[in-house]
Write a protein that binds this ligand. Structure first.
Ligand SMILES: C[S@@+](CC[C@H](N)C(=O)[O-])C[C@H]1O[C@@H](n2cnc3c(N)ncnc32)[C@H](O)[C@@H]1O
Length: 209
């Protein structure tokens, strides 16, 4: 059972601040956006599984001239976004439907903390579809949370499982690498970086030819 929506309703005007604090316990989204920008210049960015727009907001600030599109299957897509909506578009649409209409349009596709929400048997198709949105030479930035036997990992699992209500399932570092290599080839990972405050936060940069 998900307690998240119920608690959020109770929070009223404090919802945004509390949700920012909750997320910051696990990952520094500002640093994530800055690190992605340090690696990849981009004018047209797609965030897949953008949720309510938390990372989209940081990306839109850091990539201050870029156009951003956020897609998600949730009806709440982009709900919490605060920023320049003249450069940002949100759509509730599955990735497959979106890329059918938007092939080879983007310089950068960001997938942050989404894979562990997607059933494992769908991962290959999900990544392959995501890459179709990229122009030749464009980059995927795939951020996820690495499964480890540590207290913070247990806390992250419990928070995700019972606050979002999703049957989340995390991969180990080797499983994440194997997934990405199976989708895009043995030498596809250009760089891996960690994001504070926990080294479970890992980003893979993959260039698509
Ligand atoms: C933890 S949130 C991450 C939100 C955002 N990317 C961020 O890092 O702030 C996970 C999101 O993945 C989305 N999601 C799960 N399965 C998906 C799918 N098959 N296609 C697109 N989005 C999906 C969920 O709806 C949810 O909004």
């Amino acid at each position: 059972m998900a307690i998240g929506p119920f608690v959020r309703q109770l929070l009223g005007p404090f919802e945004r601040s509390v949700s920012d604090i909750y997320r910051a316990v696990f990952v520094d989204l500002l640093v994530l956006a800055k690190q992605i920008k340090d690696q990849i210049p981009a004018e047209n960015i797609l965030e897949i599984g953008c949720g309510e727009g938390a990372l989209t907001e940081y990306l839109s600030r850091i990539y201050s001239k870029a156009h951003l599109t956020g897609i998600d299957i949730t009806p709440q897509v982009g709900r919490m976004f605060q920023g320049d909506l003249s450069r940002v578009l949100f759509k509730q649409q599955p990735v497959k439907d979106f890329v059918d209409q938007n092939q080879s349009c983007f310089d950068l596709v960001v997938i942050s903390d989404v894979l562990h929400h997607v059933p494992w048997e769908m991962h290959q198709d999900f990544l392959a579809d995501s890459a179709k949105a990229l122009k030749s030479g464009g980059y995927l930035a795939i951020k996820d949370w690495e499964s480890r036997s540590t207290p913070i990992h247990l806390l992250c699992y419990l928070a995700d499982r019972y606050i979002t209500g999703d049957r989340v399932k995390y991969k180990t570092l080797d499983q994440l690498r194997a997934l990405i290599k199976a989708a895009f080839g043995e030498d596809c990972i250009n760089k891996e970086i960690r994001i504070r405050p926990w080294s479970n936060n890992i980003v893979f940069f993959v260039q698509i030819q």
